[in-house]
Every structure is written in C-alpha cells, then in structure tokens.
Design a protein around this ligand. Structure first.
Ligand code: ADP
Ligand code: MG
Length: 380
C-alpha cells in the first residue's frame, strides 16, 4: 500500500487530517465574503488548509483564485497574475478570456500554445506603462466587475502575504486597501507565516490594512482527531500498533503537522516489512530523518562561524534554555551576552532558530537538533 502520510507538498482529501473547525469557520466567513487574515508559524498547514477550503468552496458553487506572493518578484508580475487568475476563475472559455483581456487598458492578452496544441490565454502588463500599480488596481477592479456580471461569488486567496511589504511597502498596501474595500462580490483571505509582520500590518493604526478584516490564528491540529486519523491509516495498513504510542509521536514532532507527517511517513516505511510498530522504532525516527536531511544540515553547518557552532551545540543540549542567563553561559562556557546576541541574531535571520513567546530559542527544524547530537557522537 502506498504511504498515506504525505509531507512537503499540498496534502488533500483522505490524506488531509482534521481541521474541521477551521474549515467550517472559513467557509462561514467566505459565505459572507469577508476578509480574513490567516496566521500561524511555518509548516502548521495554512497552505494545505487553503487548498482543502478551495475544494469545499467549489462544491458550494464558489469560484476561487489562489496567489502565492512568493512566486511574484515584483508588482508587475503580481498584477498580471492577479488579473489572469481571477478572470480565469470566472471565465473558463479561452476565447472569451482573451476578449476580456483585450478590453483592459493597462494589461494586454498574451497567447501561447500548450503541449497538447491548445491555446493558452494569459495577460501581461503593457510594456509602455512603467508603473505596474495602476495595472494591479485595474485588474482588481475588473475582477469585482466580472464577478458581479457573472453573478458569481469569488474568493481570492493571497498566500505568503507577509511578503507584501517587501514589494513596494506602504504605497501598495494603501492602494490595495482602497480597492478591496469597494469589493462586494469577492471574499479575501490573506495568509502568512511571519507573525510579527502580519500583526503589525493589521494592528498598527498607521498601516493601510489596519482592521481591514478579522485575524484567525491557527494552532496545531487537535491531538485527538489527529490521533484517530493516524491510527486509522495504520489499521488500514494493516499495521499492529499501540494507540498510546501516538502521544510519543506528537511529543517528538512538537505537534507541528509537518513534523508529525514526516515522523509517521518514516515510521510507515520502517515497519513496512514486519507490519508492527515498536517503541524502539519510534525513538529512532528523528535520528533517521536527521540523517536523511544531513546534506542540508551540512551546508548550514559549514556556513556557521565557530562562535555560532558552539552556541548551536549548547542550545541543542539544552533546549528551552535562556541563552542570556548566567547559568546557561557558565554551564556551556560561553559568553559574553553581547557575542551570544550577535550569533543568535544571525542564526535567526537565516531562519535556523526562532524565538518562542516564552523567550527561549528553538531550532526552526526540530530534526536539526538530532543531527547535531549525531555529529557530536562522530566527533568524540
Ligand atoms: N491537516 C493536515 N493533514 C495532514 N498533513 C498536514 C496537514 N496540515 C499540514 N500538513 C503537513 O504539513 C506540511 C506543511 O503544511 P503547509 O500547508 O505547507 O504549511 P504552511 O503553509 O503553514 O507553512 C504539509 O506538506 C503536510 O505534510
Ligand atoms: Mg504555506
């Protein structure tokens, strides 16, 4: 049987666990065509949740357009993608679509031929316009009009929205807000992982997105329903497994869906021959995964300075420690605080560590901690 625990990409349908409450809440919000800001740390499952939401919305007659801001390096490409994807969601006929694009002022149709010989109609910002922002606004206004004309409800999802300030900052935000506020046939979901960036965009009175919509913070998947999901798949295997061994998996994965999926995926393979899950296997999982990802960790390791390496090792031995405490510095023979701060700042900027609400520093990738401990064994 194919491994049912998928990780890394978009997980859908029977491979998607729970999130029933979150889905119901989002469906309700979109029924009212509201604006929602979806926030969680990376790898908690926002993108998966959004794709499953789109599946559900389609079943209820909505049209949807999904844009990942990461994919668009500038306003020009974002403007074109916004216009293309919203129009395509509302009009599936290529000829009609090209006609729609031809009617725009600052954007023009672009035709290419697909592998099967069929015509593909997209759109681009006309080259004589140096400023792409008016084209984006034209595309947005047009989406609203088209939805109204077609009598359709459209949901626009902008993922990795915390990247927006990187584009053109406040001018873009302000222009988008004034356009979005006029829309009555489009619901919006803005999703992002940079919690502080997202929150300051929405909660800061001086920022354009201030109170434009409600904030929905998503946490880990509910343990009870996630346990049922995992257990049922192992039963289907069929694998012999103790129900309570799942607690250990949630602990190891710190309840982050990506980690839990990865652990279960690896466990499935490990027990493929015997069809029996043992507690020894579970203990081994993070080390196996750390080894699988070691080329990635080696690159990080090579790029770290000596001071940073010492700090990484200390934090791997002492997870949850406060690195600026005397106790931590004495135990690991490092310091002073100023040099620790410099190392930490750099490691956080590279995304290797993140600061928890409680003030401790954690590996962004929990398996890296196991790789470090493995490295120490080799070094000894
Ligand atoms: N509800 C879910 N069921 C199963 N796996 C999930 C679920 N949500 C997230 N995942 C796992 O976590 C990974 C990361 O999810 P993703 O949606 O990309 O997170 P985010 O967008 O918050 O960074 C997915 O590739 C998948 O393996
Ligand atoms: Mg995502």
């Amino acid at each position: 049987m194919e491994n049912p625990f998928k990780y890394g990409g978009i997980v859908r349908g029977p491979h998607f666990a729970d999130r029933k409450e979150e889905l119901a809440e989002l469906v309700q919000e979109m029924n009212n065509l509201s604006r929602v800001f979806l926030i969680s740390p990376r790898r908690f499952g926002k993108t998966c949740l959004l794709f499953n939401l789109m599946d559900q919305l389609h079943d209820s007659g909505f049209d949807t357009a999904y844009l990942d801001l990461n994919a668009y390096p500038d306003v020009r490409s974002f403007a074109a993608a916004f216009t293309h994807l919203t129009s395509k969601a509302l009009e599936s006929n290529t000829e009609k679509l090209l006609k729609i694009f031809a009617g725009l002022q600052r954007l023009r149709p672009k035709v290419s031929v697909g592998q099967d010989g069929s015509l593909i109609g997209t759109v681009e910002v006309a080259s004589e316009y140096r400023e792409a922002l008016p084209a984006l606004l034209e595309g947005m206004e047009h989406a609203e009009k088209l939805a109204w004309k077609k009598g359709k409800k459209l949901v626009v999802i902008i993922d990795e929205f915390s990247d927006l300030p990187k584009h053109n900052g406040h001018i873009l935000e302000k222009a988008m807000r004034s356009e979005i506020q006029k829309h009555e046939h489009i619901g919006y979901i803005f999703s992002g992982s940079e919690q502080s960036v997202m929150l300051s965009m929405i909660r800061d009175r001086k920022r354009a997105f201030y109170k434009l919509g409600r904030i929905m913070e998503i946490g880990p998947i509910d343990r009870d329903s996630y346990a049922v999901f995992i257990y049922n798949w192992f039963q289907k295997g069929p694998y012999k497994m103790e129900r309570n061994s799942l607690e250990k998996i949630f602990e190891l994965g710190m309840d982050v869906p990506y980690n839990v999926q990865r652990l279960c995926h690896t466990l499935w393979e490990l027990a493929r021959e015997t069809h029996e899950v043992t507690s020894f296997m579970i203990k081994d999982l993070p080390f196996i995964i750390a080894k699988q990802d070691s080329p990635h960790y080696e690159l990080i390791w090579q790029s770290a300075s000596q001071r940073q390496k010492i700090l990484i090792i200390a934090l791997s031995k002492d997870p949850g420690a406060k690195p600026f405490s005397r106790e931590f510095q004495l135990t690991h023979g490092i310091g002073p605080s100023s040099s620790i701060k410099a190392s930490l700042d750099s490691l956080m900027k590279k995304g290797i560590f993140y600061k928890t609400k409680g003030g401790s520093y954690q590996f962004s990738d929990i398996f890296m901690r196991y790789w470090i401990s493995y490295l120490r064994i080799i070094e000894k």
